[in-house]
Design a protein around this ligand. Structure first.
Ligand SMILES: *Cc1c(COP(=O)(O)O)cnc(C)c1O
Length: 365
């Protein structure tokens, strides 16, 4: 039997009736933009993240941009992020009017290398945007210490890390604010596009609420130029149902990841990415590294096993950012990882036997 990379249908089958009821409530009250279902989810998600405020928005990309704008970051400012992330980490900085700059990552964790941050700081740097890539927390204590020394803000790109833990604290509560994505394929996924900003700052929370709703806090009174970046009522309802299951789903992923690690830790075919000590990844993605990715991917495909690549081209080498002037070789670890990473099937409903089948196929290369 073929093994899919991700199976959203399997998850949906388990919660079908509850979802139908939650959506029906939105239909019955016709509260389609923000409204009670979104407010309910916002309160639950803020508490889940060990934080004070959560604001539902229309995507993770908007969440990052709004977080930056709410802290006055814009034209003339620089924000440092990791170039092996999804493109939106940098794009959202550009959409705020600021300029993304980059620093290299650690080979062991594939996350921002704290020892490389200071070299990227200039007079224009206002903030650091570490990415909890693949769902495993970045080294926040080290990053926050550097930020404090240089008087910079720190924001978490937690788009992939719903429910991940850094020393018993949840992502979303580890810095000056965090952005989450609820794109359908994320561990907590909407049935459409959605995201959230999470913060302890009441001032930032109020600004995000204004910016997401045309710069207005009283209808038809506009204090700022904002945009329409509100969360849909239907997405709030879906996310409100799914949040209750997130820990269970994340634990299932952790068990599957443990099996992958057990089976592959001594493999001569692939190497694994490590999670920092005292941290718990949500295993949004299950990554292995290989020197001959094309061959391994083709071999797995032949066995009916679907894989992905997250991400094949580093952001600093994307055509969209050619004006920033980065050359190949600027971030050697990132560039090496982008050539070597392969994402294996990973979702809560995957079975232990399927994981074994994937590992057997890898070892049989
Ligand atoms: C998914 C993702 C985003 C963007 O979120 P959208 O909801 O798709 O806009 C940003 N950063 C990272 C690391 C992501 O994985």
């Amino acid at each position: 039997m073929a093994i899919p990379f991700l199976d959203l249908q399997a998850q949906y089958r388990g919660i079908k009736a509850e979802i139908a009821e939650a959506i029906q409530q939105v239909l019955d009250t016709s509260t389609y933009a923000l409204g009670p279902s979104v407010e309910h989810f916002e309160n639950a998600f803020a508490a889940y993240c060990h934080s004070t405020f959560a604001m539902g928005v229309n995507s993770g990309t908007s969440a990052i941009t709004l977080l930056l704008r709410a802290h006055g970051i814009g034209p003339g400012d620089e924000v440092i992020t990791a170039p092996n992330s999804f493109f939106a980490s940098a794009e959202a900085i550009s959409l705020a009017g600021a300029t993304p700059t980059f620093c290299d990552v650690l080979e062991s964790t594939a996350n921002m290398d704290p020892s490389k941050i200071e070299a990227a700081i200039t007079k224009k740097t206002k903030a650091i945007l570490p990415v909890h890539l693949y769902g495993q927390p970045a080294d926040m204590d080290a990053i926050n210490a550097i930020a404090k020394k240089h008087n910079l803000l720190v924001f978490e790109d937690s788009a992939q890390a719903q429910g991940a833990l850094y020393k018993d604290k949840r992502t979303g509560s580890l810095a000056d604010g965090a952005a989450f994505s609820f794109y359908p394929g994320k561990n907590l996924g909407a049935y459409g596009e959605a995201g959230a900003v999470v913060t302890n700052s009441e001032d930032a929370a109020n600004k995000v609420k204004m910016f997401r709703d045309h710069g207005s806090h009283v209808k038809y009174h506009h204090d700022l130029i904002g945009a329409n970046e509100r969360m849909d009522g239907i997405q709030g309802a879906v996310l409100g149902v799914k949040l209750k299951y997130l820990d269970k789903w994340n634990d299932a992923r952790r068990n599957l990841a443990a099996r992958y690690h057990e089976r592959l830790k001594n493999s001569s075919k692939v190497t694994l990415i490590e999670t920092l000590a005292d941290c718990s990844s949500n295993y949004h993605l299950m990554i292995v590294r290989t020197k001959d990715r094309e061959k391994l991917q083709a071999h797995l495909k032949e066995k009916g096993i679907a894989t992905g690549i997250h991400y094949p081209i580093p952001i600093h080498l994307q055509p969209a950012y050619k004006d920033l002037g980065y050359k190949k070789g600027a971030f050697p670890v990132v560039e090496m990882l982008c050539d070597e990473v392969l994402s294996l099937p990973m979702f809560a409903e995957l079975s232990q036997e399927q994981v074994d089948e994937v590992c057997d196929a890898i070892e049989g290369l």
